[in-house]
Design a protein around this ligand. Structure first.
Ligand code: M6R
Length: 628
């Protein structure tokens, strides 16, 4: 995904755009650029790499413009080179465009434009857009076409977007219309910010929040023209649309590191409060009746026979924990699919199924497409197959929120680090409460057992604080030992197997060390051959059904000279077995994942930081993947 921003108003556009891009850099950081209109000319500055490179270039240039657009890129079409950086312009330097998303029919459009004499200088799909707009402006001007209800630029953009196929959000400026910023949205997020005499647009609210919290969200098929005098919204068909702004409520929507070296570290330390917020959002404060306050309607659950979950990456790991909880607490068969796989090999349809899409960003293309497909498949069948869709997301304003009728919002606040940490924890909390809700409805737990689990959950925030407090320095020191390590194994079992997977993913994505998460009992069926003194094996062991078995699996690794790290409660056995023990409080196994996760997050963080890597913006990644 990429980030787009736009500004028209009374301040310096380049500074406002740079500040906006700083808050969107989590969406991509292969290159960045801005374009402004000043004294009838278009000025465009772009730089390969992170935003700082662009900032340095801009320091040497005077840019007093009051209107402009900006972009931070995660490369899809074309390498991360300056020539492919946005904004893209037509060959006469008249129109500049930034885009997020993919134009699927760009090849046909490019051929058509090339045949008309337009030359292309980038490998991107975006470049067709400024050429199309300029071509349409020319056509309208030479035909002396009068557009009585709108500006020629708006009309040219409208005609252009009607020719584009795919998912996109765009922002356009043109040197002949120096006070107009035209934006359009189709399947990619775009929000408009309003602050007396100044108007903003951006892919995400953090870019706008430093200036205003009054926003209007564009829906698919909508476009808007922003001028210093206001915002006019219309449909791609040309119909005027009246929308009312709303005021965003403040929460941890801050893009500030608050004294931490990296966002990821700050976000790890926010987890006690995130769990507190989840508890107060999802649990009722009433002493009588059900403790669950998810507010989901009964008919979502009537005669339910199974749950199917679709997700990617870390959200997929959270869903595996969710499967464990739903099956063990509510006795409901549950499957978890990679959305990217499910799209092309869906399961045969079974009736009375609750489909859950889990995506922190609410924008992951595969998850959205798989859910849409499922909705379509089920709508075409009889009533018992009717789609029952539920989303779990951290972004209530996301595309997912528009796609599904029911939502559990995780109140984690915006996550800036590319590696998911606090949002994973919030997803786990959502699954605990959903599983309890299902258990209550299906009467699979006694009220006493429900209460026991709820009380256990209420203790989690202080237990997280305890682990963070006790282990931060220990793990930081330990990280030096592993900075040259090439392979890591993470073992877990039962509800902690997904945590082993998540620990391995965290290490891979930010430290670039090869890591594998494995179910502890499966080690002996192959991976044990990898072990020697150079391979650390981190084993998660919590008292419960498989505690002794996991400790035996760790023992087997030790016998092959592996360096053993244990994430387990401290007792004689664990102190003796593990070379390094990262102790966690003794809690019931079913409640342990949020605690066992913490040392893994911190270890990944400190190893990456010790290796001097860019923890918050690891290579080749972006916060969410809005392309297939
Ligand atoms: O926004 P989503 O939860 O749908 O994102 C899914 C994955 O792209 C995401 O979890 C990714 O794996 C993270 N970088 C993990 O830290």
């Amino acid at each position: 995904m990429c980030g787009i921003v736009g500004y028209v108003g009374i301040q310096s556009a380049s500074e406002t755009l740079l500040e906006g891009l700083r808050h969107l850099e989590y969406r991509g950081y292969d290159s960045a650029g801005i374009a402004t209109v000043w004294e009838g000319e278009l000025h465009c500055v772009r730089a390969k790499g992170k935003l700082n490179n662009l900032r340095e270039k801009l320091e040497r240039i005077e840019m007093p413009a009051r209107i402009g657009i900006g972009h931070t890129r995660w490369a899809t079409h074309g390498k991360p080179e300056e020539c492919n950086a946005h904004p893209h312009r037509d060959q006469t330097n008249r129109v500049a465009v930034v885009q997020n998303g993919i134009i699927e029919n760009y090849r046909e459009l490019k051929q058509e434009l090339q045949a008309k004499g337009y030359t292309f200088v980038s490998e991107t799909d975006t470049e067709v857009i400024p050429h199309l707009i300029t071509n349409l402006l020319d056509q309208m001007q030479s035909a002396n076409e009068l557009v009585d209800y709108t500006s020629p630029l708006t009309e040219a953009v409208r005609r252009t977007v009607n020719r584009l196929e795919g998912a996109f959000a765009i922002a356009v400026i043109c040197k002949e219309y120096p006070d107009e910023l035209v934006v359009a949205r189709q399947q990619a997020p775009l929000v408009i910010g309003l602050a007396g005499g100044e108007y903003f647009c951006a892919s995400d609210v953090p870019a706008i929040l430093p200036y205003t919290n009054t926003v209007v969200k564009l829906e698919n098929g909508e476009m808007a023209t922003l001028t210093p005098l206001g915002v006019a919204i219309s449909s791609f068909a040309g119909d005027r649309i009246i929308k009312y702004p709303h005021v965003l409520k403040g929460n941890r929507m801050t893009a500030d590191k608050q004294g931490f070296r990296h966002y990821m570290l700050k976000e790890i330390h926010e987890q006690p409060d995130v769990v507190r917020d989840c508890l107060s959002t999802y649990l009722s404060s009433q002493s009588k009746g059900s403790p669950i306050a998810l507010g989901l309607p009964d008919d979502l659950f009537t005669d339910l026979q199974q749950v199917q979950i679709l997700a990617c990456g870390t959200s997929w790991h959270a869903s595996l924990v969710g499967k464990y909880l739903i099956e063990q607490l509510a006795s409901l068969p549950t499957t978890v699919h990679y959305a990217s796989e499910y799209r092309y090999a869906p399961s045969p349809l079974l009736p009375q199924t609750l489909m859950i899409g889990v995506t922190q960003s609410g924008e992951t293309a595969d998850t959205l497409a798989a859910l849409e497909m499922e909705h379509k498949r089920r709508t075409q069948r009889s009533t018992e197959f009717r789609p029952r869709l539920l989303g779990i997301t951290n972004r209530p304003e996301s595309t997912l929120a528009q796609l599904v009728p029911h939502l559990i919002v995780t109140p984690a606040g915006i996550e800036m680090g590319v590696a998911a940490t606090k949002t994973f924890t919030a997803q786990l909390m959502a699954f605990y409460i959903l599983a309890l809700d299902l258990a209550a409805r299906r009467q699979t737990l006694t009220p006493e057992r429900m209460e026991e689990i709820v009380v256990g959950l209420r203790h989690i925030p202080t237990q997280i604080e305890q682990v963070l407090y006790q282990q931060s320095t220990v793990i930081e020191e330990l990280s030096h030992r592993f900075q040259e390590t090439q392979d890591f194994i993470f073992l877990g079992r039962g509800i902690n197997f997904p945590i082993a997977l998540e620990g391995a993913l965290k290490l891979k994505e930010i430290s670039y060390i090869h890591a594998e998460g494995y179910p502890a009992g499966e080690m002996k069926h192959g991976p044990i051959a990898l072990l020697d003194a150079k391979v650390p094996v981190l084993t998660i062991a919590t008292p419960g059904a498989v505690y002794d078995k996991v400790l035996s699996n760790a023992q087997e690794a030790k016998a092959r000279d592996a360096q053993l790290i244990g994430v387990a409660p401290q007792d004689e056995q664990t102190a003796e077995l593990f070379d390094v023990l990262l102790p966690i409080p003794k809690v019931e196994e079913i409640l342990s994942p949020i605690l066992t996760l913490l040392p893994l997050q911190m270890l990944a963080y400190h190893i990456a930081a010790t290796r001097g890597l860019d923890v918050d913006q690891p290579r080749n990644l972006a916060k969410s993947v809005t392309v297939e």
